[in-house]
Design a protein around this ligand. Structure first.
Ligand SMILES: Nc1ncnc2c1ncn2[C@@H]1O[C@H](COP(=O)(O)OP(=O)(O)OP(=O)(O)O)[C@@H](O)[C@H]1O
Ligand SMILES: [Mg+2]
Length: 264
């Protein structure tokens, strides 16, 4: 339905190999956490899901659709189902929070001013920033800016979310807030998720907890009994190839020196 599949995808720039027959699959409502050193190809993978970077060979399927052959116009409906929080995800400094969030809607001229405002309020409410709607980015903390970037990606109720290091440089409590948003979408809205990060603590949190809704409507997070969440797996990437793919437990058990170095 809303899965993502890469089959032996390769990409090079001149003589530099960025992805080397890389394969992975993320099923609907599953999460894959991609860990890997700088330059290992993580952002490239996310941009390929959107069709922003094309592979040299191999095939990419998103929501049961092979995207290799799609042109820009054919990619549009698919892109509208995908929310991406870019690594360099800067907000426009001269626009208010509301204008940043609704940018795409305005550009596509979709909906009246009232409708656009309602959607903006809804997504900002979801990330807990309803009060900041008319502020300027310069008045926000780093964590708030990241949440605005997530809100912006949530416009249009995407069924796939791609996060490129959304907790980088944030303190543990703020990172936790971001992880909770990501888990809510994964577990309560069945959003298919790829989460690229260097932040192992956040990765482990999302691999071992689940969001659920209490009878009174409140959302809670609970560690799964075996400390591993079946719908969340890891990929460790090195130089465009999968070094390890598995669950939390596989990661903790490995004696591969590169992975141990990365984990320790
Ligand atoms: N347009 C481009 N032209 C040439 N080389 C590129 C281009 N885009 C990416 N690369 C190279 O591809 C490699 C992978 O880049 P990518 O951005 O996917 O890495 P990353 O794993 O996201 O790294 P980081 O953790 O630093 O964000 C890098 O060596 C980068 O220099
Ligand atoms: Mg990157």
């Amino acid at each position: 339905m809303n899965g993502i599949r890469f089959e032996t995808v390769s990409k090079s720039y001149d003589d530099q190999v960025v992805l080397d027959r890389f394969s992975m699959s993320v099923e609907t409502a599953e999460m894959k956490i991609i860990l890997g050193g700088s330059g290992s190809g993580k952002s490239t993978i996310l941009k390929m899901v959107l069709g922003l970077i094309r592979p040299d060979s191999g095939s990419i399927t998103v929501s049961d659709q092979s995207i290799n052959e799609l042109d820009e116009e054919e990619l549009m409906p698919l892109r509208s189902k995908i929310g991406m929080v870019f690594q360099e995800g800067a907000l426009f400094d001269s626009l208010t929070v509301a204008e940043n969030v609704s940018y795409r809607l305005r550009e596509q001229k979709s909906g009246s001013e009232e409708e656009i405002r309602a959607i903006t309020e809804e997504v900002l409410g979801f990330v807990g920033l309803g009060d900041a709607i008319d502020r300027m980015p310069s008045e926000l903390s780093g964590g708030m800016k990241r949440r605005v970037a997530i809100a912006r990606a949530l416009v249009g109720n995407p069924s796939i979310m791609l996060y490129d290091e959304p907790t980088a440089g944030l303190d543990p409590i703020t990172s936790r807030t971001i992880c909770e948003l990501v888990m809510r979408l994964r577990d309560l809205e069945q959003v298919t998720t790829i989460f690229v990060t260097h932040d192992l603590k956040s990765a482990m949190t999302m691999a071992s907890e689940k969001a659920f809704r209490e009878e009174n409507g409140e959302v809670q997070f609970r560690r799964t009994p075996n400390g591993s969440n079946g719908n969340t797996g890891f990929i460790i990437l090195e130089s465009g190839r999968t070094l390890l793919e598995g669950q939390r437990i596989d990661l903790e058990r490995t004696d591969d020196t590169y992975i141990r170095e990365f984990l320790d």
